[in-house]
Ligand binder design. Sequence first.
Ligand code: PGA
Ligand code: ZN
Length: 418
Amino acid sequence: MANPFAIKSIDALQILDSRGNPTIRAVVCIEQGICEFGDAPAGASRGTREAVELRDTNGYVTPAINAIKYEVSKALEGFDVRDQRKIDKMLIEIDGTPNKSRIGGNTTIAISIATAKTASKALGMEYFEYIGGKNATIIPIPLFNIINGGKHAGNKLKIQEFIVIPVKFDKFSEALFATAKVYKALKDLITERYGKIFTALGDEGGYSPPLEKTEDALDLLMAAIRNAGYDSEFYVGMDAASSEFFNEKDNVYEIDDKKLNRDELLDFYVNLAKTYPLLYLEDPFNENDFEGFSILKSKLKNVIVIGDDLYTTNVKYLSKGIELNATSGTIVKPNQIGTLSETLDFCKIAKLNNIKLVVSHRSGETEDSFVADLAVGVGSEFIKTGAPARGERTSKYNRLLEIEKYYDMEYMGKKLSL
Ligand code: PGA
Ligand code: ZN
């Protein structure tokens, strides 16, 4: 008799992401009749070292679908769906390039996630349990990007994400609903100051008011926190995504009507940390400036410095960052590297070296909530999945609410020593 866990078929379809762009959904079915899907999200401010997406010139993912239909499905037929590593290794081999550019990182991640989901479903386990076993016991601290700038918005803010961080709460659910109050207070403030027309949302569900300066956005965050009745419960953070405003030719950062060299940008951040309760700073310098990161980290002892475009969920660059003491934490985006096994290896190396994890969505998302389970599964300290609004963002937060309630999990905000 055939192995009930053997892969019977892999299918794929083109679906829409939250920006209305085509993306890929892979569906893995096994002999016992269980099927699950995996979606590929898409970034807008992508690191240059990320796995490459396969699309045609019009942006459709037809080539990725054809790769699954005519090549990958045949190669993986009969593999035991519980052999995640073997399946991911095969995907890497079939692709045969260092950056998954032949069959596409979007193709490989969709299959890889669908594989894990199908296996855990067949085993009667929750996804986070399948990934983390008994170690999956804590809900991470959410990083809510509630003012959008940079590539995610149409305003003039150069910093991409202005984040509120509800740390001092006993439970994740309390932290989430408190943030929803802050989000509402922010909307009221924007309506009052700029008019309702400026309450339109950016790509990650944050507002994108007509602000130009970094400090104006941080002041607005602080006012919203206060107006919602909170104070020291919240910290603030930023994802600068600074490669996007780095002028490589002149070696300067073009921000807030100024051209700053690395030292000047560093002073700019140091001053912000003196004025605001800044806990989190992601990609403060361009993706090649490991040294800039490490100088900043040594200067800002109370700020968690994070690499996103710097590492692109790739062990090779993380190892360099560890050697140079460049960051205290890292973003984890499975589609940056292209398979779940490589993502888990990355998390393992980070944990072994005391590098905090920030499991993250992409700005182009689907309604699949898998990253919420991944974050709990790997014991991530933080999760970054946008504002507390828009279905593709709330699906992750609502999944965390479910996990908290039905598995009686603790909140990382209570455990993290800052
Ligand atoms: P992206 O942005 O998904 O557009 O790359 C998210 C981030 O930079 O963290
Ligand atoms: Zn980022």
